[in-house]
Design a protein around this ligand. Structure first.
Ligand SMILES: Nc1ncnc2c1ncn2[C@@H]1O[C@H](COP(=O)(O)OP(=O)(O)OP(=O)(O)O)[C@@H](O)[C@H]1O
Ligand SMILES: [Mg+2]
Length: 248
């Protein structure tokens, strides 16, 4: 099995060296827990060893993500300039003109004629898959991050139908052959979602108050074909991004 290092200090050792290639992983957590940082570090590390990365934004504009993530010493602006790290904006409010500034940001036109209510503009799983598929094939993408699957609009109101759509979406994504990280908002840690079942690995990011101070941790919930523990491990944010520390 070929494993891809995430490049996150202290993390790869926990999963026998990295994420098994061409599979789909889920990184789930509450606001501000480090999901975006995790995804960007994974892509930035890949980019520095010649694996092209694509960051797909659904909830936040690439502009904001690039600007926030450039605060880390991960050479994000350089990797973008070298076209080793690409951004694809599939959010409801597309930023026209941004592509001129950063050539790698390509603005798709699927909803340019659709100026309806914001919630109606969230893309469907099919649109998201289609746009990503074009991009992956055109640029030979090897690492993919989607931020976040919580922002995909499912066409059915029915829960069971929505689950079917999600598993179809993930099956299609898997066929693209990228090592993929889906970011998702962690709502209720006690109810398991379709994407958690369908993913090859599930990682929770924790962010909670403990003895008057904010505690941050990472926890590997599942990792198929991999020996790992399920303990919470403290994390800290450094200039290089996330760093995994000792058990809690
Ligand atoms: N350069 C930095 N140095 C230290 N800590 C940082 C730095 N940049 C961000 N952080 C910390 O990281 C947190 C946000 O991380 P990140 O954006 O990865 O979380 P997220 O889970 O994606 O959040 P959201 O749910 O809002 O998308 C910030 O709230 C801040 O505490
Ligand atoms: Mg985020």
């Amino acid at each position: 099995m070929i494993r891809h290092k995430t490049g996150i200090a202290g993390f790869d050792e926990l999963v026998q060296g990295g994420l098994v290639e061409k599979r789909i992983y889920l990184v789930s957590g509450p606001p501000g827990s480090g999901k975006t940082t995790f995804g960007i570090q994974f892509l930035a590390y890949g980019a520095t060893i010649g694996e092209l990365g694509l960051y797909v934004t659904l909830s936040e504009s690439p502009h904001n993500i690039v600007s926030d993530m450039s605060n880390y010493a991960l050479n994000i602006p350089t990797l973008i300039k070298l076209k080793k790290l690409l951004f694809l904006d599939l959010g409801p409010t597309l930023e026209y003109g941004y592509g001129d500034e950063l050539h790698s940001v390509i603005t798709p036109s699927f909803d340019s004629a659709n100026q309806t209510a914001p919630e109606a503009e969230a893309p469907s799983p099919f649109i998201v898959y289609k746009e990503i598929s074009n991009f992956v094939k055109q640029y030979n993408i090897q690492r993919l991050v989607i931020d976040s699957v919580s922002a995909i609009r499912f066409t059915s109101e029915k829960r069971s139908q929505e689950e079917k759509e999600m598993s179809r979406f993930m099956r299609n994504l898997r066929e693209l052959g990228c090592t993929t990280i889906l970011l998702s908002e962690l709502t209720d840690p006690n109810t398991y979602s379709t994407e958690q079942f369908a993913a090859s690995g599930v990682i929770f990011m924790h962010n909670f108050m403990r003895e008057d101070s904010m505690t941050r941790a990472v926890q590997i919930i599942k990792m198929r074909g991999t020996e790992h523990d399920c303990d919470m491990r403290k994390i800290t944010f450094t200039k290089q991004g996330l760093q995994v520390l000792e058990r809690m």
